[in-house]
Design a protein. Structure first.
Length: 180
């Protein structure tokens, strides 16, 4: 337990912790790039339509893929940085001991949901590979290229939420309002 605890909850000074944190930040960086790509592709598509041209078929498809990847790849980093949206109205009214219990309980529920979704994502991914499913739009793409994001992202979110269940840090600050 000590080794796993250091990896998950420590400062990430070891090689595995640094690799894990780097992978999380790489995923967030790719998500940020996808946001820039979305802006570029929408502007390009609108300009082409206004000029009387037909936008490239792959432009729309790549935008749809980018929305999925941006959401899935950025989510684990957002959990780590407490950047996800949650309302602290209830936890702000609780005394500190009760807040700890509620916060860890909510985080445990988040872990459970993420583990279930990661498991279902693995089933979906493996089913796509077994059936050789294709995403048929402008081009034929193997569906597993889309569905691989589910088990990876939800699995990493389960790890990040577990840091709030077992670690020193709580998910909820106990302060209602906007914090930045």
């Amino acid at each position: 337990m000590g080794f796993a605890r250091r990896i998950l909850f420590g400062k990430g000074r070891g090689m595995i912790g640094k690799f894990y944190r780097g992978f999380l930040y790489l995923m967030a960086g790719v998500a940020g790039f996808m946001l820039i790509w979305l802006m570029f592709s929408v502007i390009t598509s609108v300009l082409m339509r206004n000029a009387g041209l037909q936008p490239f078929a792959w432009l729309f498809t790549s935008s749809e893929y980018a929305i999925l990847y941006m959401t899935m790849l950025g989510a684990p980093w957002l959990v780590r940085e407490k950047g996800h949206v949650h309302i602290e109205l209830v936890t702000a009214a609780l005394p500190a001991p009760a807040r700890r219990v509620v916060s860890r309980g909510v985080a445990a529920l988040c872990v459970l949901v993420c583990v279930i979704l990661a498991w279902k994502g693995v089933e979906l991914f493996l089913g796509n590979i077994a059936r050789n499913d294709l995403d048929v739009r402008a081009y034929y793409f193997p569906k597993w290229i889309l569905t691989i994001a589910f088990p990876v992202s939800f699995g990493l979110m389960a790890i990040e939420f577990s840091r709030f269940v077992f670690g020193k840090d709580l998910m909820h600050s106990g302060e209602a309002g906007i914090h930045e």
